[in-house]
Structures are given as C-alpha cells and as structure tokens.
Write a protein that binds this ligand. Structure first.
Ligand code: EPU
Length: 429
C-alpha cells in the first residue's frame, strides 16, 4: 500500500492548479443515467472515486470513454468523459459496489425516474457517522415512488413514472437535494423543493441538467422549482472547480507560510473559509488567474468556527482548519454540526504533538509552538489531508499511511505540493 512521506518546515511558493470538483463530478456522472444520449463532461478530475463510479455505472450498462491527452494539454488539465447511458441493462446497484462509495446510492433517482424501477443496496455505515438515506427516500416517495426495503436493498418503483410534488426537507441535505432534483426533472408536472441545499455543486448539476433540457430554477437558493419534462437530451458541461481542494491548499499555505496562486479557483464558492483565513492572518486576494493566498511573517491567530451548510463554513474543511489551529497563537474552538463522529483526525494530530480536547461536537485546540513528525493514518479523505497539512509544518519526517483515502479526492496531491517547494513524496508498496 502506498504511503506519503513528508519532511516538514518548508514554505510553499508558486502556483497550484485546482481540479474539477469531486462532489460535482459524481452527481453529474450519475445524472447521465437520465438520458439515452451522450453527456460530455469536461474538467473531470483523475480520482479513485471517479474511476469507481465509472465501474458502478458500467454495471448498469453505461459506456464511458475518456479522451486522450490533446496537444497543448498539461498533466493537470482535467479529463473529458463521454458518457452514454443509451442502453441500461440492469437497474440493480449491488452491495459490493455501493458499500465502497456512498454517493453511488444516488443512482436510485435517475433509474426510477427513467426506468420506472431501481434496486439499490443500502449504503451502510461510514467512517464519518451513520449518514442515513431516509430523506432521499422521503423525496422519492413525495414524487410518487413506492419504496420497499428488502434484505438490505431499497426497491423504488414508479411503473407509470414519477409525479411532481412538494418536498420539504426537515434538514438541509446535499444528497437529498441532488436526488430530488434529478428525479423531479423527469417527473410529470412541477415540483417544489423547500429547504434545499445551496451548495455550489447543486447549482452545477442543475446547470448541466438545464443544458440537457430540464427546467430547473432557483438552484443555489433554498427553494428550487422544477417543471418536469418527458425526456432529457445529451449536453456538454464543464465541471466547476473544487472549492474544497481550493480551501485545503489555502490552509496548507496558511500553515507553512509562503505565497501561492490557486489557479482556476473561484473565491465566491468559499467565502466563509476565506473570511476565516483573513481572520487567521492570511492574505487572500482574488486575481485573474484564481486566488492568491499568502502568509508572511505574521503568526496564526486562533478562531472560533462552527461548520454549517453552504454558505457557512464547510464540514469538508473542518479537519484542515483544525490542523492549522494546532499551531495558532492561542486557543481555538471548532464545532462540527453536520456529521457526528467527524473527528477521527484528532487522535492522529495529537500524535504529531497537537493539544486538542474533544467535548461532544466541540473541539478545543491549544496552539503549540512545534509539531513533530510521526507515522499517522486516517480513515477518511478530509481527515487524511489534514494530517498532510500538519506534517508540512512538523519538525522531521511524517509518514501518512492509507493514502488511498487521499487518492479518492485529491488529484496529484504530492505533485502539486512539491511543485511549490514541499518535501513530499509517494512511497510505493
Ligand atoms: N442526512 C440524513 N438523512 C438523509 C440524508 C442526510 O439524516 O437521508 C444527514 C446526514 O447524516 C448528515 C446531514 O444530513 O448529518 C447532511 O448530509 P448531506 O446529505 O448533506 O451529505 P451528503 O450528500 O451525504 C455531501 C458530500 C460530503 C459533504 C456533505 C456536506 C458528496 C459526494 N458528498 O455528502 O462530502 O461533507 O455533502 O456538505 O457530495 C467529502 O467529500 O469528503 C464528503 C464527505
């Protein structure tokens, strides 16, 4: 199994290209099931999760071809996927595949909307909490799907098609909103989604669906209205830049000091995180190329931050911010409100010398002068990258194990960081 070796203490300087967003790419690929025509996705990141979803969609009969590199393209240009779900041969998503990636459960929406039925394994437990699917099923029932649970599988049926309806989510859910939008696009009549998630990835998928002929308005607000259409067509769509990757590298620069341009980054997609970084003492400047992030000389100021749905501070940057706060000049408090049990990085950060106390959903971090390298491992993607951030500023060598978590969501992480001066390398085997 691959590991990543980091020797801390170097500043980051240069530029880092930001890839297409993982959390937009996955639902966009799943949305391809809504049409029998070809959906072309550009700027798709090279990630293990994307490869796995390709296999999962392949199991339903979807053909995906990936364009080779074009003249003038660099290794960082995203891939272009041609996705053809013209012939769906199987509406079952089996346990072996769904249990490896929770988001693949979302295929239930396009399958029941277009094919009138779907049989999808319940995703089961997950490293960052229980993460139920009750609200996804509530959304599908509100559109007239009959739902049955049978031996670990959810069976959704709508033999005469889905019917528009009102879906009022009792809590903000990204997965629930994706499922509701996809299903309602092909339902008869109109659907109103109340208390919808406002994450930019919802807007990106809605933009793509509208190019495919859907009639969605209000995506990006908490009230989305969808006029169902009988059929969707092919389209070409470029995936939005990854705001979590952007925020992660911004935290890394904040941690080490230095001056880095995050190319293609869209600052308006993570204003809450940039506001926190400004408070910490980091300069964040939008430029024509993206966003410039710099910290020179000044120390790291402590913060009090609570995660919340967009436009609040994202849970997917909570671990990275905590890594940064381990070296703040004072005491920070970070409260996680989206997922219970999303604190697995705490014990690993402590192994590097951090002082962190946990009390329920609240972590108190006493900044320390120095972190010291050690072997560490983490059980989820964002937790793993928080260890990388800490290691970049730790004295000596840190070996990060279980790198496959990083490969799920960060494209060429070690290349991007070493190009900016970090001492980081992948050790195979
Ligand atoms: N929830 C329910 N019932 C449901 C669905 C969700 O109670 O039926 C709860 C969840 O347990 C959680 C909260 O609602 O407590 C929010 O969950 P949400 O549905 O918003 O999250 P998700 O769609 O499962 C996506 C991202 C996550 C990100 C969250 C929050 C993808 C593929 N995943 O998950 O990303 O943390 O939204 O922004 O888009 C990651 O990339 O590392 C990651 C975990």
């Amino acid at each position: 199994m691959d590991r990543i070796r980091i020797t801390g203490g170097r500043k980051l300087n240069g530029s880092i290209p930001i890839s297409g967003a993982k959390n937009a790419t996955l639902p966009l690929m799943i949305a391809s099931l809504l049409t029998d025509q070809v959906l072309v996705l550009e700027n798709v990141p090279r990630l293990a999760d994307v490869n796995l979803l390709q296999r999962i969609l392949g199991n339903h009969g979807v053909d995906i071809t990936v364009n080779g590199k074009r003249v003038g393209e660099t290794q960082y240009d995203g891939q272009t996927l041609h996705i053809n779900a013209g012939n769906i041969i199987d509406t079952t998503a089996p346990y072996e595949l769904v249990s490896r990636m929770r988001a693949s459960f979302w295929v239930i929406a396009p399958l029941v909307a277009r094919m009138g039925q779907a049989r999808v394994s319940m995703p089961g437990g997950c490293a960052i909490g229980t993460r139920p699917v009750d609200l996804l099923l509530m959304a599908l029932s509100s559109l007239g799907a009959e739902i049955e649970i049978d031996r670990g599988y959810v069976i959704a049926r709508a033999p005469d098609g889905l019917k528009g309806g009102t879906i009022a989510f009792p809590k903000v859910t990204v997965s629930g909103t994706h499922v509701a939008v996809m299903a309602a696009s092909l339902a008869r009549g109109s659907t109103v989604i109340e208390n919808a998630a406002r994450e930019p990835e919802i807007g990106d998928v809605a933009d793509c669906l509208n190019k495919m002929g859907a009639k969605i308005s209000g995506a990006g607000t908490s009230r989305i209205v969808i006029e169902g259409v009988p059929k969707l067509t092919g389209a070409r769509h470029r995936v939005v830049p990854d705001r979590i990757e952007t925020g992660t590298y911004a935290m890394a620069v904040a941690m080490t000091g230095g001056d880095v341009v995050l190319e293609n980054a869209r600052p308006e997609l993570l204003q809450a995180a940039f506001d926190v970084l400004a408070h910490v003492g980091v300069e964040v400047t939008p430029t024509n190329a993206g966003v410039r992030v710099a910290r020179n000389g000044s120390g790291i100021a402590p913060v009090e931050v609570t995660t919340s749905p967009f436009p609040g501070f994202p849970t997917d940057l909570q671990a990275q911010l905590m890594a940064l706060m381990t070296r703040a000049k004072g005491t920070s408090r970070i409260t996680e409100t989206i997922f219970e049990n999303r604190f697995m990085h705490v014990q690993e950060l402590v192994r590097l010398g951090a002082h962190i106390a946990l009390d329920g959903e609240c972590a108190t971090i006493e900044g320390v002068e120095t972190l010291t390298g050690a072997p560490v491992m983490a059980t989820d993607l964002r937790a793993s990258v928080s260890l990388v951030i800490a290691a970049l500023a730790a004295e000596g060598e840190t070996m990060v194990h279980r790198v496959y978590h990083l490969d799920r969501g960060f494209e060429r992480l070690e290349d991007k960081l070493s190009a900016c001066g970090a001492a980081i390398e992948r050790v195979s085997g």
